[in-house]
Design a protein around this ligand. Structure first.
Ligand code: F6P
Length: 378
């Protein structure tokens, strides 16, 4: 019998965290289960810092709110946790302390809301004997085994709105406008917003670009009398034979994101101005994509994921991730999500060993983009 469960939100925030939390709490209460939330993700699990969640107060009126009412920790891999000892930085496996906290306080299930690194740790905790159920979160839409993650649709919608705004100013001043969007090593946001926002070019990490092809696309438009162009650049876009644009390198150890991407849009804009002679500007959309109110799509998806996660817990199905498969709610094992990345506590998202879901060349979005003449830089 399930009596007491807890939720944790981990990794970069997205719009929809609160909608998932609310759905879990509502479904739990309906079934007589008490619900708690660890503050700041895995860090809260480690420090045994949690609050009671209930629809009477803490988890009320939050469906439309961005952020997370229980916070979210960045770069906290408790299997390889960065600590200072005698003035020295050392990395320690503190997962056993988390397991003890959960057991001592009698939590029957932990819901882990997060992306691929979060679900990797969830799988590792499940191997250590905890009942864990994951819910796939990230604006990047790159969690394996699911059609879509919550937060992604809102990010695409923010990027689309930005493209609409850039369109009018590009047209007024005959400029090329680049928009750098997030997504890390996946081009989902760039590709989908390019289609939704009527962009002329979309450069995604999965297709290393040839800047000459972009120049050709801009010139072809000029020939038609269109003296402006809209170029979406994924932060992870790379030129053929070139490398990623990196803004900063952090030292968080294994299993966390250490590379801060940035600069791809500026680099493309600079080259396009030089090669076309057209005034070119870049806008980097940044954290706008993660904040604010979720779209109705994300509210519904998050609610479905949250309710399903609690249903799975009631059925005693642990060590799994809620997913959408061909549009239907379902679940897969965390082992499947982790893929070949079996080592406990290791590997950050987006590395060769991780199992992130990238855009494939046979995906409808790629085909549609090509059909309507969006230049993909190849
Ligand atoms: O993974 C989500 C994401 O927003 C990426 O799209 C982006 O590269 C990264 O997080 C930014 O991370 P940080 O919050 O550490 O700057």
């Amino acid at each position: 019998m399930l009596k007491k469960v807890a939720i944790l939100a981990n990794g970069g925030d997205v719009s929809g965290f609160n909608a998932v939390i609310r759905a879990i709490v509502k479904t739990a209460e309906k079934n007589g289960v008490e619900c708690y939330g660890f503050i700041d993700g895995y860090r809260g699990l480690l420090n045994n810092n949690y609050v009671k969640l209930s629809t009477a107060d803490t988890a009320s009126g939050i469906l439309h709110k961005g952020g997370s009412i229980i916070g979210s920790s960045l770069n906290a891999n408790v299997f390889n946790y960065k600590v200072e000892e005698d003035g020295q930085v050392v990395y320690k496996d503190l997962s056993e302390k988390c397991v003890q906290n959960v057991k001592e306080d009698g939590f029957d299930c932990i819901f882990t809301l997060g992306g691929d690194s979060t679900q990797k740790s969830a799988r590792d905790f499940s191997l250590r004997g905890l009942n864990v159920i994951g819910v796939p979160k990230t604006i990047d839409n790159d969690v394996a085994c699911t059609d879509i993650t919550f937060g992604y649709n809102t990010a695409v919608s923010v990027a689309t709105d930005a493209l609409d705004r850039l369109h009018t100013t590009a047209e007024t001043h005959n400029r090329i406008m680049c928009l750098e969007v997030m997504g890390r090593y996946a081009g989902w946001i760039a590709l989908e917003s390019a289609i939704a926002g009527g962009a002329d070019v979309a450069l995604i990490p999965e297709i290393p670009y040839d800047i000459e092809k972009v120049v050709e696309a801009v010139k072809a438009r000029q020939k038609m009398g269109k003296n402006f162009s809209i170029v979406v650049v994924a932060e992870g876009a790379v030129p053929k034979g070139g490398s990623l644009s990196v803004k900063d390198v952090r030292d968080g150890g294994k299993g966390v994101i250490n590379l801060q991407l940035g600069g791809a849009g500026d680099a493309v804009a600079k080259q396009l101005q030089e090669l076309t002679g057209l005034t070119t500007r870049n806008t980097t959309l940044g954290y706008m994509q993660r904040g604010g109110t979720p779209t109705s799509f994300d509210r519904v998806l998050s609610t479905k994921y949250g309710a399903k996660a609690m249903e799975l817990a009631l059925e005693g199905k642990f060590g799994v991730l809620t997913v959408l498969k061909n549009g239907k709610l379902d679940y897969v094992t965390l082992e499947e999500v982790v893929g070949n990345n079996k080592e406990i506590g290791a590997v950050q998202g987006g590395t060769a060993e991780s199992n992130v879901r990238l855009v494939t060349m046979d995906h409808d979005l790629v085909k549609t983009a090509r059909d309507i003449g969006i230049c993909l830089g190849d």
